[in-house]
Design a protein around this ligand. Structure first.
Ligand code: PLP
Length: 374
């Protein structure tokens, strides 16, 4: 639960409140403090909790428990895929959409970034051209849904193309669960990243789910945990919380109909009241909870700070590096003018969001727009 009704948390794509069911499961797990690798009763109880959570996380994406490798979050899961899977398969390059999360893009050469259209959806023809050009095996990475715009990518089509040309396919599905159904088989991907804190779990816990039998070079070595695919004593409370969050996921998704209607009302209101507002990816297949909107002439930093003072938490659609506000790489890849991109914010709704939260946002944001226009 978000603590008080005098503040409005509209930043669910950054992280979500910890679900009460997760908090209870985590608290209960602390009493069983054993190391899951220990053979005594303490260890066996901890192991049982980890394996129970593994089943819930696997079921979340239509996979089997043996396919789940617990990690320290989405970032590590992505790194394990683009480094560990790519290395084991002898892939010489990673091709990725230009709107991927930075944890993927950090491993991709600029020349291997695949263009997106004006809504942020990957250009499948450009992907096919890039695949045709490859002389050595490659790994393709396309995210399920973009964290900034909510644009849902044609992952199954991209996977079919990747496999047609003998490439492997990884999907960063971190923003999917809780907002849309995610099924690894339907997506046809070789691996998929998840992060617990995007669906009511704890930060610092995630998973890479891999196709049965897929070779992987571990990036953390030493112990034999996670079937020798990721060394290190398991984060038992985080994993238990992840399992509890996965079991609650259908309830979060059920709330999306209500949240989607709130989001659509908000956008409709913005279009009428704030003529200069620019909403991105509006016509695209999109997560129902996300709005990415720019207010020309008002920096995203100013908007985020003013909203924060009014008790409304949103994100800047831009990143701060070396003291300068940089335009979001996602919006730039979509062809958005850099000056406009620096005026973008992301509003992301979730299961606790109410019409009162939207009203509080509008009460603060609309005057900003009026002042900018004056
Ligand atoms: N991928 C996407 C699309 C994300 O939105 C995020 C987090 O914002 C990550 C990866 C990284 O996940 P984590 O915070 O668990 O490292």
């Amino acid at each position: 639960m978000v603590p008080t009704s005098t503040v409005s948390y509209l930043d669910y794509n950054a992280t979500t409140p910890v679900l009460p069911e997760v908090a209870a499961a985590v608290a209960a797990s602390l009493a069983d403090f054993g190391n899951p690798s220990s053979v005594h009763g303490f260890g066996r109880r901890a192991r049982a909790m980890v394996e129970e959570a593994r089943e819930a996380v696997a079921a979340l994406v239509g996979a089997g428990p043996g396919q789940v490798i617990f990690t320290s979050g989405g970032t590590e899961a992505n790194a394990l895929a683009v480094q560990g899977i790519a290395a084991a398969a002898g892939c010489e390059a990673v091709l990725a959409s230009s709107v991927e999360h930075s944890s993927v893009l950090a491993h991709v050469a600029a020349a291997n970034c695949i263009a997106v259209d004006g809504t942020g959806a990957i250009d499948l023809e450009a992907l096919e051209r890039a695949l045709k050009r490859q002389v050595a095996p490659v790994l393709v990475a396309v995210m399920l849904a973009n964290n900034e715009t909510g644009t849902v990518q044609p992952v199954a089509d991209a996977a079919a193309l990747a496999h047609k040309y003998g490439a492997l396919m990884h999907c960063d599905a971190v923003q999917g669960p809780g907002k849309m159904a995610v099924n690894m088989v339907a997506l046809g991907v070789d691996s998929l990243s998840l992060s617990a804190h995007k669906l009511g779990g704890l930060k610092g816990c995630g998973a890479l789910v891999v196709r049965e039998g897929l070779a992987l070079a571990p990036q953390l070595t030493g112990g034999g945990q996670e079937r020798r695919r990721r060394a290190g004593t398991e984060n038992v409370p985080g994993i238990v919380g992840f399992g509890a969050a996965a079991r609650q996921e259908p309830r979060q998704r059920a709330a999306m109909a209500r949240i989607g209607a709130l989001r659509d009302d908000l956008e409709a209101r913005l279009m009428v009241d704030v003529r200069q507002a620019r909403i991105f990816s509006r016509g695209a297949a999109r997560l129902g909870n996300t709005v990415c909107v720019a207010l020309p002439g008002v920096s995203s930093e100013t908007q985020v700070m003013r909203l924060d003072l009014a008790g409304v938490a949103v994100s800047a659609g831009s990143a701060c590096s070396s003291g300068k506000i940089a335009a979001s790489h996602v919006l730039l890849a979509m062809g958005v003018n850099p000056a406009l991109a620096k005026c973008a914010i992301r509003i992301s709704l979730g299961w606790d969001t109410t019409a009162a939260d939207i009203a509080r946002f509008l009460a603060c944001w609309e005057p900003l727009a009026t002042n900018a226009a004056a």
